[in-house]
Design a protein around this ligand. Structure first.
Ligand code: NAD
Length: 428
């Protein structure tokens, strides 16, 4: 069995899908691992480290892929929407491809896998059941993103974070407000607390109040509609009623005017990110306040955030819209992502024969498989009238209805000065 790992080529992507530790683990499962030269260099893993772990390092992607049974990637290959299906030219017919595919944000491309008989697995579609926790890339990457958002925000903030008593006077602790208390938000709360900030947070899911408070932050609670928990059966946020949104705007507008750093992480699966911070709210904020918008790639939670940019508004508020935050911690993000992928691939391998033995009925396999036998099989990607005929996951599908909706970039308004983010446009 051969497992191949290319160098990632998309802009802003510094991660890699295998690390020396997982090369050794794959070898113990009987697999040969091929790595394209330079695949790990942006994550501080040089070719020699892969070679020492037992991988073969190849000079080109075509050589790396030759004879591969499984290809592991961070982001899906390029297809017609962004440069032609040539992106798949080196992929062996019938190969298993495991990656982040963004199948909801941009569903175009999956049909090319089917045409090439590629067996595509999307790590975002993994059911969030306890058996799959060790494979949950959304959680591992969101955790790092939440941490990095606070570190980035604190670095941009022109004041200290913790309270300091000095002979020259007292410095008050910074107030950090986290909007969206999922995996990234909870890590942002914990990080901001660790560096001495006074932290508050909000979320539409009523259940998140207890988690927020257990981390030592106060919960800014919008009065929910009667009998509304704010979440789907799968535990994700719902689109809230117009009345709720109005109450949220009023409450947040009051609270936000007095904050120093605001981290926004709010997402609703399959929909554009909800707009939580409006121009009017920004106008109420003090000069020097920093907003970090983690949802910028899904349209943004902040009207004035711009992807890949640090924007200073007319009244001096700094709005940070870094792309791909986990990639800004590429070494740790790769290490966790690679381990998630190893745990997933291990499911497909028979430990005795050391050969591929995929149980297509397994809910983790069925829930994440996009294409198989030359067809698109994932229910969320099929036209509604076909979705009953194909592989069905037992897991409640939070995405199905909204597959046609693509993230639209939020209207970008009124940015007076823009500082290019120095890390964003480096060629990878
Ligand atoms: P996410 O990335 O989809 O969204 C981030 C957060 O934004 C969520 O907490 C969401 O409720 C919140 N949000 C959405 N709209 C909002 C709005 N208008 N205002 C304020 N907040 C808003 O979420 P996630 O981090 O993937 O977590 C979603 C849920 O899944 C959580 O309950 C989490 O604990 C759970 N989870 C379960 C597992 C598991 O293995 N069982 C693993 C990870 C996460």
């Amino acid at each position: 069995m051969k497992i191949a790992i290319p160098k990632e080529r998309r802009p802003h992507e510094r991660r890699v899908a295998v690390v020396p530790d997982t090369v050794k683990r794959f070898a113990q499962l009987g697999a040969d691992v091929s790595v394209e030269t330079g695949a790990g260099e942006n994550a501080a893993i040089l070719d020699y480290a892969y070679a020492e772990a037992g991988a073969t390092v190849h000079a080109t992607r075509a050589e790396t892929f030759a004879g591969a049974d499984i290809i592991l990637k961070v982001q899906r290959p390029r297809t017609t929407t962004d440069g032609g299906a040539d992106g798949l030219a080196d992929y062996p017919d019938g190969v298993i491809l495991v990656a982040l595919h963004n199948p909801i944000g941009d569903p175009i491309g999956v049909e090319h896998y089917a045409a090439k008989n590629i067996v595509g697995f999307a790590m975002e579609f993994l059911p969030r059941i306890s058996r799959a926790q060790s494979m949950d890339v959304l959680s591992s990457q969101a955790n790092l993103a939440g941490y990095k958002a606070v570190v980035d925000g604190a670095a941009q903030y022109g004041r200290a974070i913790p309270m300091m008593m000095t002979a020259a006077g007292r410095i008050n602790p910074a107030k950090v407000f986290v909007m969206g208390a999922g995996v990234a938000g909870l890590q942002a709360i914990a990080t901001a607390r660790r560096i001495g900030a006074v932290v508050s947070a909000t979320d539409v899911r009523v259940a998140s109040k207890e988690e927020v408070e257990s981390l030592g932050a106060s919960f800014v609670m919008v009065e929910p509609d009667v009998d509304e928990t704010g979440e789907t059966e799968g535990g994700y946020a719902k689109e809230m009623s117009e009345g709720y949104k109005r109450r949220q705007v009023e409450l947040v507008a009051k609270h936000i005017a007095d904050q120093d750093i605001v981290i926004t992480t709010a997402l609703i699966p399959g929909r554009p990110a909800p707009v939580l911070i409006t121009d009017e709210m920004i106008a109420l904020m003090r000069a020097g306040t920093v907003i970090v918008d983690l949802a910028v790639e899904q349209g943004g939670n902040v009207t004035q955030s711009k992807g890949g940019k640090i924007v200073t508004t007319e009244n001096g508020v700094i709005v940070m819209g870094h792309y791909n935050l986990p990639s800004r911690l590429a070494a740790d993000a790769s290490s966790l992502y690679a381990r998630n992928l190893f745990n997933f691939v291990e499911l497909m391998i028979d430990k005795k024969t050391k050969l591929l033995a995929i149980d297509w009925e397994d809910e983790i396999i069925a829930g994440s498989c996009l294409t198989r036998d030359g067809k698109i099989v994932h229910p969320a990607l099929l036209p509604q009238d076909q979705s009953g005929d194909e592989i069905q996951s037992e897991t409640p599908n939070d995405f199905g209805e909204d597959i046609k909706i693509r993230s639209e970039a939020a209207e970008q308004t009124a940015a007076q000065t823009e500082t290019p983010d120095p890390d964003q446009d480096k060629p990878i």
